[in-house]
Design a protein around this ligand. Structure first.
Ligand SMILES: Cc1cc2nc3c(=O)[nH]c(=O)nc-3n(C[C@H](O)[C@H](O)[C@H](O)COP(=O)(O)OP(=O)(O)OC[C@H]3O[C@@H](n4cnc5c(N)ncnc54)[C@H](O)[C@@H]3O)c2cc1C
Length: 400
């Protein structure tokens, strides 16, 4: 019987895990006939989450079956509901609602993250989001429907809740999106509400002057130091008691790891991310590895840990794939190391700000920043072509 590697989740971490594992199996030659790699995910497509705030979110789904076929990785279309650690199998619910059991010898959990939604009054019913593809499409449809509504202050007001990375990208993209929908004469009012005392709290002081300059340039208002405490059909109320009437509220309140982590490990951080060893093996679970938004992994010798980001998910995926296959084949595993860290924040027609280092030193701004962002968002985060040689090369953990 073949030995089985099962990868749960076809996002950035999962896809690159598949390539990393397939590469090790290929390098071993004879292992090709004895090891079976399977990836399970709800759809055979990679959703480019960093681009879901753009005008055409439905174009952000990249089919990956040809790529998996090229490297001999099987695909199961479905959602893993339960992981039975003792029996080494998972329950998968397919699109038609049937449940099937899929066994494994080694598991890699790469089921990613979801938008954090606290139990705020009205949040579930009255907020849009750009976290998942279907949510981003619902927002696009709503924005387009505004064109046929009466020209009122509430129709023209857009509240973005959260002034972090996602909130800033959503808000700064809105002016040009809304010009295309509402016309040149309408001046939309866009308000970013941030609970912390400064905009972009997690981005630190490095890029803040550029962020503020871009917001001013685009005429975007900010409210800091008071979060949204309730939402209804006609707007929001903040902790300072201010009411903002708006037909459109977009929630971007942070991300939490997939709930599957709780079935694998009791050692999770406040975002639900699992603790892993240097080779990305889940602490206390010898036959399970993790990568991407579901883990908190040490990246260097200076106590920096991975963030919920594509750069970490893709990179970790290669290491997790390498290690799960190596472990199954009785080869030594390698340490995940990713000392280089950069951020690139899109700021609409102002441009983008690109930083390097964990202290986020600004390296490129405006047009140059935007060129870097385009490179990242249209090339670097996309999967390789469905060509066996190229695909296996893309799974090399030592690829920079
Ligand atoms: C709006 C937005 C903007 C962002 N911008 C940036 C950016 O500019 N730069 C950056 O680096 N990062 C950005 N990110 C973060 C980045 O998208 C994530 O860090 C990245 O997607 C993580 O990759 P992942 O593979 O761990 O998870 P995901 O990409 O979330 O993939 C998880 C996969 O697992 C599948 N899955 C989930 N549950 C199950 C299950 N139970 N069974 C089977 N499959 C399952 C999902 O369908 C999905 O295919 C952004 C995120 C958002 C939402």
């Amino acid at each position: 019987m073949k030995r089985r590697i099962l990868i749960v989740g076809g996002g950035f971490a999962g896809l690159w895990t598949a390539l990393g594992a397939a590469r090790v199996v290929d390098l071993q030659g004879d292992a090709r006939s004895t090891v079976e790699i399977t990836l399970v995910s709800p759809r055979p497509e990679l959703h480019i989450r960093p681009r879901l705030h753009e005008a055409h979110p439905e174009q952000m789904a990249v089919p990956f079956l040809p790529l998996l076929n090229a490297v001999d990785v099987n695909f199961v279309e479905g959602t893993v509901e339960r992981i039975h650690r003792a029996d080494r199998c998972v329950d998968v619910t397919t699109a038609t609602g049937e449940t099937q059991s899929v066994g494994y010898d080694r598991l890699v959990l790469t089921s990613g993250s979801r938008l954090f939604r606290p139990p705020l009054p009205g949040l579930a019913d009255h907020a849009f989001a750009v976290d998942q593809l279907n949510e981003a499409v619902a927002l696009r449809e709503h924005l387009e429907s505004l064109a046929s509504k009466p020209d009122t202050a509430a129709r023209n007001t857009f509240v973005v809740v959260g002034g972090g990375f996602t909130g800033l990208e959503v808000a700064t993209e809105l002016p040009q999106r809304l010009r295309a929908i509402l016309g040149e004469t309408v001046r939309p009012r866009i308000v970013v509400v941030e609970r912390a005392d400064a905009i972009g709290p997690d981005l630190g002081p490095g890029p803040r002057p550029e962020i503020i300059e871009a917001l001013d340039h685009l005429g975007i208002e900010t409210r800091v130091g008071a979060g949204v405490v309730s939402l209804d059909a006609t707007g929001v109320v903040t902790a300072s008691g201010e009411r903002i009437d708006a037909d459109t509220v977009i929630w971007t309140g942070g991300m939490v790891a997939s709930g599957l982590t709780a079935q694998v490990s009791p050692n999770v951080d406040r975002q639900g991310r699992m603790e892993v060893a240097a080779d990305l093996r889940v602490t206390g679970a010898n036959d399970i590895f993790g990568a991407g938004d579901v883990v908190r992994a040490l990246t260097d010798d200076e106590a920096h840990y991975s963030l919920m980001s594509c750069q970490h998910a893709q990179f970790m995926g290669r290491f997790a794939g390498h290690n799960v296959a190596a472990d199954l084949l009785g080869l030594p595993t390698i340490e995940y190391r990713q000392p280089f860290y950069a951020t690139c924040l899109d700021l609409g027609v102002w441009g983008a700000v690109y930083t390097e280092g964990w202290d986020r030193q600004v390296k490129l701004t405006r047009k140059e920043g935007k060129e870097r962002k385009m490179l990242i968002n249209t090339q670097w985060i996309y999967p390789p072509a469905a060509d066996r040689e190229q695909a296996l090369a893309a799974g090399n953990p030592y690829l920079s």
